[in-house]
Design a protein around this ligand. Structure first.
Ligand code: ADE
Length: 231
């Protein structure tokens, strides 16, 4: 089995590279892919750069060029519900693109013909995450995570997104990775630690908590990798 672990920004994969160490770097399609062998399992690690297009490219390269058979995403997100605070971990049950809008033609937000508003994450991987959380006494929340090509720092936009998609958190890559993995038949898992509340203070909060929250998420993913390999 070959595993993919991706983030969007350098800070989101640095803790992983530090933990796994001894990687080989492969440059492909304007990005760097870090190959390691951990306990006999090949793992490919990469950060995509921010946004839906970049994350789509990286996820498809990991699957189609490197042959990864499961994909784990680790990173940070803005909270759009009151129950999530900075540093909290949330796993996506399903994901949608909040900025995909052909409502002018009577379609729901996030929908295009022959697609669907929500992409479901792999239930088996979510179950493994819940086991890890239970064993380690970690408070792991789950919910709908939505994605768009915008950093949301506006309460009105945030509240609209939360209500329209019943979302818990938002970010800029999860749903595009989800579409890619589901199209290619690869089980995926999206984990985020909260860095901000997508409000007027979001950019300051993001800058302050990016590194610590990214590490919270990466540390959890490392524990999941152990569990996946041991299974
Ligand atoms: N990732 C983390 N915080 C975010 C926000 N407020 N908007 C979009 N992506 C984010």
């Amino acid at each position: 089995m070959k595993l993919a672990i991706m983030g969007a920004m350098p800070e989101e994969i640095e803790p992983l590279l530090e933990f796994f160490g001894g990687y080989e770097t492969v440059v492909y399609a304007s990005n760097k892919y870090y190959k390691v062998n951990y306990k006999g399992t090949d793992i490919v690690i990469a950060y995509s750069k921010i946004g839906k297009v970049n994350s789509t490219i990286t996820a498809s390269v990991m699957i189609q060029k490197f042959g990864c058979e499961k994909l784990l995403f680790s990173g940070v997100a803005g909270a759009v519900c009151d129950t999530l605070k900075v540093g909290d971990l949330v796993v996506a049950t399903k994901l949608a693109q909040h900025d995909l809008d052909i409502s002018a033609f009577g379609h729901p937000y996030g929908y295009v013909p022959e697609g669907s508003v929500f992409e479901e994450a792999d239930k088996g991987l979510i179950e493994i995450a819940k086991e890890v959380a239970k064993e380690k006494g970690i408070d792991l929340k789950d919910g709908i995570i939505v994605t768009g090509d915008q950093f949301v720092c506006d309460v009105e936009r945030k509240n609209w997104i939360a209500k329209t998609f019943e979302a818990s958190a938002l970010e800029m890559e999860g749903a595009s990775v989800a579409v890619t993995c589901n199209a290619l038949g690869v089980p995926f898992f999206i984990l985020r630690a909260i860095s901000d509340a997508a409000d007027m203070d979001a950019s300051f909060s993001f800058d302050e908590f990016l590194e610590t929250s990214a590490k919270v998420s990466a540390d959890f993913v490392i524990r999941m990798v152990d569990k996946i390999i041991d299974a």
